[in-house]
Ligand binder design. Sequence first.
Ligand code: ADP
Length: 504
Amino acid sequence: MDTRYLLALDQGTTSSRAIIFSKEGRLVAQAAFEFAQHYPRPGWVEHEPEDILSTTVRAMNEALKKAGLHFSDIAAIGITNQRETTLIWDRKSGKPVYRAIVWQCRRTAGIIEQVKAEGLQEAIREKTGLVPDAYFSASKITWILDETGLRDRAEKGELCFGTVDSFLAWHLVKGHPHVTDATNAARTMLFNLKTQDWDEDLLRIFRVPKAILPQVLDTAQVVGNLAGEYAGGAKVPVSALAGDQHAALFGQGCLSPGEVKNTYGTGCFMLMNTGDKIVRDEKGLLATMAWRLSGQPHYALEGSVFVAGAAIQWLRDELGILQSAAQSEEIAGKVADTKGVYFVPAFTGLGAPYWDMYARGTLLGLSRGAGAAHITRAVLEAIAFQSNDLLTLMADSLGQLPKTLKVDGGATQNNLLMQMQADISGVSVLRPKVRETTALGAALLAGLGAGLFKNPKEAAGQWQLEARFEPSLDAEKRQEALLGWKNAVSSTLFDAAHRKKSEK
Ligand code: ADP
């Protein structure tokens, strides 16, 4: 029996982490290093590519050291990453031609406006499942090529574009393969979900030379062995590449159509497995890849909440109501309800299903007796209400309410929030033993890619429950709460419409 371990490299927006798991999915050791965020202008966000690579390598070595293991003890490595972030480097030297443009960066909004003005939204949506936005890689590639004047070299095949998985694989794997996987490719806005290939029309729209693009691999597939300079004499295959949310869906064991996970961090990311179907949603959920295994595409629906845990940070940092995020549970627990207070955390507008960029945060329903506890409770409820809005959209496209919701992310430590979610959504909320589901998913996918598991079920079927939260609110009370939330959102939207008018 192979008793070696699986190593996940989880390259995130603010830190690079490495986590070692046993084949059974037990967390053995982890290490993380943060790196600098660069904001050269308002709305611009960049990373130094060298930081992405060096912190990843440091985390990998540190995790091994902590576990008392060597590379020869590692059976497979999986890379999971912040999605959409765009890098372009020299094919020969590996030297980046520009800093990494981070997914959050808004500098290419103008390019997207132009594409929209040409009426190309629907065509793009049809092919990619995405709503045209500056988040995705396509406009970032266009921008770098225009800015650096390197389009000629790109057309001659002298440059490589890649998302972070691609960049790391090029540097870490022997022979510098120029590859990505289908989940990461699906977030570039250049990849056709149906044909599973780069799309000529999209390349034309965004003026991206084909010669710059990586080969698209399955999510679990051997890319090659870790380069000698990192692994010494050991032969360790890198055998999975996956975008972070997709890895988390796998790590949560959401392998069947209709299974859903929600990650509660700064914002929330909800993904539902839709099997071999690309599901189109009219209210703003995105169609995307779940993963591609043995050449078979599996799809997902994705929705996000812009402000979730960030609203807890706001209570702590701006209002000073809390000393720590964790204290929100204790303070909100002091009262039985919000006393009619609702909070809509539209700090940066509202996403699906409302889509109003003019909406701003609103606190309403205050009476003289409302205090810090009620407001904190309303903020926690708002996280659950917003997640429920996404779940409702997913239920609509599925034709039924998913039976369970699997959860992960920093804010899931809050038991009160988890109970609120169960009550508001009327579903069982399941919290796993291993909360590092993104890294776990990458590790298990790597095991699958390296042939250590017979099938996805054997890899991800080991999911273990830590806590279960059952809905306990009666139907009438639940409807009342949902109506209250709808009213709160309506008044926020009314206010937004008013503001929009007065700005004109
Ligand atoms: P990210 O990956 O987006 O940085 P994390 O998964 O690390 O996020 O979660 C951090 C977020 O979770 C923060 O926004 C924080 O306010 C929130 N958070 C952490 N602990 C709690 C808690 N016990 N209750 C509510 N929110 C929490």
